[in-house]
Design a protein. Structure first.
Length: 225
């Protein structure tokens, strides 16, 4: 069987949408401003985009707050610069409950494997359910832009989950392709974005700290704009 090419699929899907002359709605699961930078630039001309910030995994609480604050500021600048109307929905999260119910049960997993993949699936399922319940045409995630995340695995999770949500279409992607990852870095640097040093959960925080990364936040300027 031929291996699924998400990048080829996304190009074909975008061409089909543009040929129809429509602008469908897209709910885009969003983890941080850096990962949103290129996908927003790439997708906004084609879709009416709503970002879903649903990151139960983030540790500590200040990290959750910083990433949300940075995302809000970037989206505001993006809308003004590109005459767009991208909006953000903040999902109702329970950081401690998520840690106790899910992450702690996989505390011994190696970074990037079982625990991480469970976390991707849980949050993507929430995004799909939200998109289905709120009448979105498409749903997707920005996570395929990350160098640390396997886009094929993320797309496979979506493929397995989507039969439960037949009234919304998943937008398969590999946003790293066509120098998307380079453009993401360029935008993040030019915008002077906060660049986190770990994926997000307590275990990735401890792993990064053990490797000598500066993950202890001392003073983030929430009022920098």
């Amino acid at each position: 069987m031929k291996k699924f090419d998400a990048f080829a699929w996304e190009k074909q899907e975008l061409a089909m949408i543009r040929a129809k002359g429509v602008r469908p709605t897209l709910l885009l699961h969003s983890c941080c401003a850096v990962c949103n930078s290129y996908p927003l630039e790439y997708l906004a001309p084609t879709f009416e985009i709503t970002l879903l910030y649903n990151n139960h995994n983030l540790y500590p609480q200040i990290e959750y707050d910083i990433r949300l604050d940075e995302l809000k500021k970037y989206v505001d600048r993006f809308n003004r610069k590109h005459q767009q109307n991208v909006t953000i929905v903040q999902y109702d999260v329970d950081l401690q409950g998520y840690q106790d119910t899910y992450l702690s049960k996989r505390a011994e997993d190696k970074e990037g494997y079982g625990r991480c993949r469970m976390c991707y699936a849980l949050r993507m399922n929430e995004a799909m359910r939200y998109a289905s319940e709120h009448g979105f045409d498409y749903v997707s995630t920005v996570m395929t832009i990350s160098r640390q995340k396997n886009s094929a695995f993320i797309n496979d999770i979506a493929h397995r989950l989507m039969p439960a949500y037949p009234n919304v279409k998943y937008f398969y992607s590999n946003f790293k392709k066509a120098k998307g990852i380079d453009r993401s870095v360029e935008i993040a640097t030019s915008e002077n974005m906060y660049k986190q040093q770990y994926c997000g959960c307590m275990y990735s925080y401890l792993d990064a700290k053990a490797k000598g990364k500066d993950v202890d936040i001392r003073s983030y300027p929430f009022d920098k704009e």
